[in-house]
Design a binder for this molecule. Sequence first.
Ligand SMILES: CC(C)(O)CC(=O)SCCNC(=O)CCNC(=O)[C@H](O)C(C)(C)COP(=O)(O)OP(=O)(O)OC[C@H]1O[C@@H](n2cnc3c(N)ncnc32)[C@H](O)[C@@H]1OP(=O)(O)O
Length: 258
Amino acid sequence: MNDFETILLDRHGRVGVITLNRPEALNALNSLLMTEVVAAVEGLDHDPGVGAIVITGSERAFAAGADIKEMQSKTFAEVYTDDLFTQWDRLSAARTPIVAAVAGYALGGGCELAMLCDFIIAADTAKFGQPEIKLGVIPGIGGSQRLTRAVGKAKAMDLCLTGRTMGAEEAERSGLVARVVPAADLLEVALEAATTIASMSLPIAMMAKEAVNRSFETTLAEGVKFERRVFHSTFATADQKEGMAAFVEKRAPKFVGG
Ligand SMILES: CC(C)(O)CC(=O)SCCNC(=O)CCNC(=O)[C@H](O)C(C)(C)COP(=O)(O)OP(=O)(O)OC[C@H]1O[C@@H](n2cnc3c(N)ncnc32)[C@H](O)[C@@H]1OP(=O)(O)O
């Protein structure tokens, strides 16, 4: 079930799994790979049978960044007029929860892709970094913004200015990563988390995602007001009635996605 050249697309029940598959270049994100990831996410996001998405790479690399060989000879006029990397903004528009399962290198655009997901589960082998400065550029897919929100100014400055990589334990301590697991268990744990999410009511999961994301875009007072209004609107759904009835009746809920 795969018409893509640089990714593999798979389904595990209600979970869509996108595996970056350009091993010869450590999953460096060339334009084909980027186009395919965005298309795959959008396809899964528009499929009501999909309740969560996992994006993963290989044991050696989630992704070693944007493809340097493809980028190196571009001119300012080209990158500016093409608005290079703007297509990644479409990933933030996805409403279905997305889990990044990261092993090995997640550098530059690879770290940025992981941060575009809703949360990151890392193998103990994962290495994160924004090494663009060593190439004479800066992050271009949101790294300076999302990393700073995730780990704070001090560590984001350290990573962006020195270009050093940080291991999984440090990434978890810093708040970039939700969980660290043994590399051999990575996909299983990510699938388990995604399956749990997919077993919830899809519209309610989308509302939870939207509410958490709103906290990055607004003041605390506005965010709390937004959350309360969305919370109120959950009472218009059959899944709120079912979820609460199931609790009271001491049984598992059967959500219908409405
Ligand atoms: C999106 C933006 C704007 O934020 C910009 C970016 O993302 S810029 C890219 C940031 N990433 C990097 O700078 C990392 C570059 N890669 C490395 O430093 C190393 O490859 C490594 C530390 C990840 C791994 O080193 P090693 O184990 O020694 O493997 P290599 O032999 O270096 O790599 C194997 C193979 O993959 C090719 N490769 C790796 N990364 C990239 C990349 N980002 N772009 C293009 N190609 C990449 C590497 O060249 C090797 O291929 P061959 O040259 O042997 O054909």
